[in-house]
Design a protein around this ligand. Structure first.
Ligand code: SAM
Ligand code: SF4
Length: 329
């Protein structure tokens, strides 16, 4: 198993399938100038499936989430999902996506064995969407969400980041819309993972701000602690139920002590944390015909030294060199 010195066990694998994206969310990517990973450095579909197989059959991984960049831009996505669904034990599989193109692929992904999706959407206002993502694609995202729900990729979760002066007044409106459409909304505090290194603690909307804003329109009751488990979202029951809303307070109430994640980048590096500044290379071993056993042992060593926390509160905190789009959120 993927155990670390603090006794945590990683059973949840995040696989980044590409660092490319068709949006340019301001908290993630610059408008232009970001250097893409070189094509030969990207893992092939076979290499991705082999690493997922090693994780599932030898390392105790039970959940696999495909992400990026934008994972729907990966041509082999449906095939990768299908091959991972054939593994024994079969992992639970989900996708984090901006939703663009999901209208066309949701049915095929479900048929291939995908269980769920998380779609990122920060605003329902077209002009704000265009400012925030630098692309006029709101309707594509809404269509993708509806297609995911119709295909049965449920529960469909919606991830929202609030930015001061842009969409921070929209929390109640977003929750009312999510409740009406049967989506589970989760707000995520903005983290220092933008390529431009522009994040400041004072400039972010906190979980407390979000709850205060939602409280102006909804009655929220906290779910009990046991229901949270290792899930990063703290959830609230909306107006007595059955709907829930989640808040992921990655900065102000980090959940590092219960973290069960291990991450694989699109170029075959293992990261033990979103905020890690070091990575372990599996691609070289893969391409040098290393055995499954050798690769699994390398992966275990990579996770063993995982730090107790993200280090965000440390005055000497240094943002990772890779932006969120290249780590895999
Ligand atoms: N492109 C896909 C998407 O947007 O869902 C998958 C990759 S994206 C990096 C994964 C998630 O990370 C999205 O929900 C996005 O909102 C979130 N994210 C990106 N940058 C972030 C930041 N600086 N702080 C908090 N969340 C961030
Ligand atoms: Fe693309 Fe997702 Fe980053 Fe937005 S958050 S730029 S959709 S990778």
């Amino acid at each position: 198993m993927l155990v670390d010195t603090h006794g945590r066990v990683a059973t949840d694998l995040r696989v980044s399938l590409t660092d490319k994206c068709n949006l340019r969310c301001t908290y993630c990517m610059p408008e232009e100038g970001l250097k893409w990973l070189a094509k030969p450095d990207l893992l092939s579909d076979d290499e991705v499936v082999r690493l997922v197989r090693i994780a599932v059959t030898r390392l105790g991984v039970r959940d696999v989430r495909f992400t990026g960049g934008e994972p729907l831009l990966r041509p082999g996505l449906v095939g990768i999902v299908q091959r991972c669904a054939a593994l024994t034990p079969r992992p639970r599989m989900s996708l984090t996506t901006n939703g663009i193109g999901l209208g066309r692929t949701a049915g095929a992904l479900k048929a291939a064995g995908l269980d769920r999706v998380n779609v990122s959407l920060d605003t329902l206002r077209r002009d704000v969407f265009t400012t925030l993502t630098r692309r006029d694609r709101l309707q594509d995202v809404l269509d993708g969400l509806a297609a995911a729900r119709e295909a049965g990729l449920t529960p469909v979760k919606v991830n929202t980041v609030l930015m001061p002066g842009l969409n921070d007044d929209e929390a109640p409106e977003l929750l009312a819309w999510a409740v009406e459409n049967g989506y589970e909304l989760r707000f995520i505090e903005q983290m220092p993972l933008d390529a431009q290194h522009g994040w400041t603690r004072d400039g972010m909307i906190t979980a407390q701000d979000i709850l205060r804003s939602l409280g102006t329109r909804f009655g929220l009751t906290a779910e009990s602690g046991e229901q949270r488990g290792s899930a990063p979202a703290e959830r609230w029951i909306v107006d007595g139920g059955p709907h829930r809303v989640g808040v992921i307070a990655s900065v102000t109430r980090p959940f590092c002590s219960a973290c069960d994640r291990t991450r694989l980048t699109a170029d075959g590096q293992i990261r033990d944390c979103l905020f890690a500044r070091e990575e372990t290379d599996l691609r070289t071993a893969l391409r040098a015909d290393a055995s499954d056993e050798t690769i699994a042992a390398r992966w275990k060593r990579a996770m063993w030294g995982k730090k107790a926390g993200s280090g965000l509160d440390d005055p000497l905190f240094l943002q990772p060199d890779r932006p969120m789009s290249a780590i895999g959120g």
